[in-house]
Design a protein around this ligand. Sequence first.
Ligand code: SF4
Length: 311
Amino acid sequence: MTAMMPEIHYQELKCCRLCPRGCGVNRFEGNRGYCRSMAGLRIGAVCLHKGEEPVLAGNHGMCNVFFEHCNLQCSYCQNYQISRNHQEQADVLTDLDEVLGRIAACLHAGAACVGFVSPSHMIPHMTHIIHILRERGLHAVTVMNTNAYDHPGKIRQLAEDIDVYLPDLKYHDAALGKKFSGADDYPAVAQAALKEMYRQKGAELRMGPDGIAHNGLIIRHLVLPGYVDNTLACLRFIARELSPKVHVSVMAQYTPIGAVAADENLGRTITAAEYERVLEELDRLGMDCGWIQSLSSAYHYQPDFTRSEPF
Ligand code: SF4
């Protein structure tokens, strides 16, 4: 059976305001907006990934679907090989059946979750894939791994499709959003998106008998070197505006890429003293649900999307 791309799912791309960039371009006619993505499917990789959260990876890893390009363009992006909007991968996946086949292979290999990575500019494609998987009886836990630069209204529309939200809350400081991601409205947008995710899921992470999280919200945060105050403010937002019992995944894995190697702060990894301040704040806020990484993580999580197995 060949999977088709039904037109109805993609009407929004004719005047694209899928994400807060609000470009208003017709992606069917080749008018490129900020993400420089057209209407067609373009996926950088589908692969098993042990990931950062054991409740999603389980023993076999989760199936991650990495979309090409991104609506945020963080200067330090660890996935820069596929996320940069000014470049297009030669070996990108464009055939829906091939993508579905690779996802099915990961599920048959034991993955329980299918995670969609950086889907904010490709939401119709993500939901379409989810609907076909369900039609074919391939029931996986669906995970939206987003940079959180999403319209809350779009998140509201995903209530039936996404089992686990996995947003990465990046900035509380608007100046950092502008400096590193060209989005000074990032804190306001992301906080509204997270409030909608929390409205849908609450703080409880509902676990299946297989030890996999089947429904809920996990908020990631990547600690940036030199900007610990931003991290502390993000944690306080979660504890005070959502709940201290929300599951958080605090990542110490930041590693500089070439584009920021000369930056005074982003050109290094985080220090033990910086991380200690983060751990103390988690403790002070009573945030004891979730995961923290060891400082040595900086050397363990670097993907290489030029390989068939990036991780
Ligand atoms: S998805 Fe892309 S084209 Fe559409 S509004 Fe966002 S950045 Fe612009």
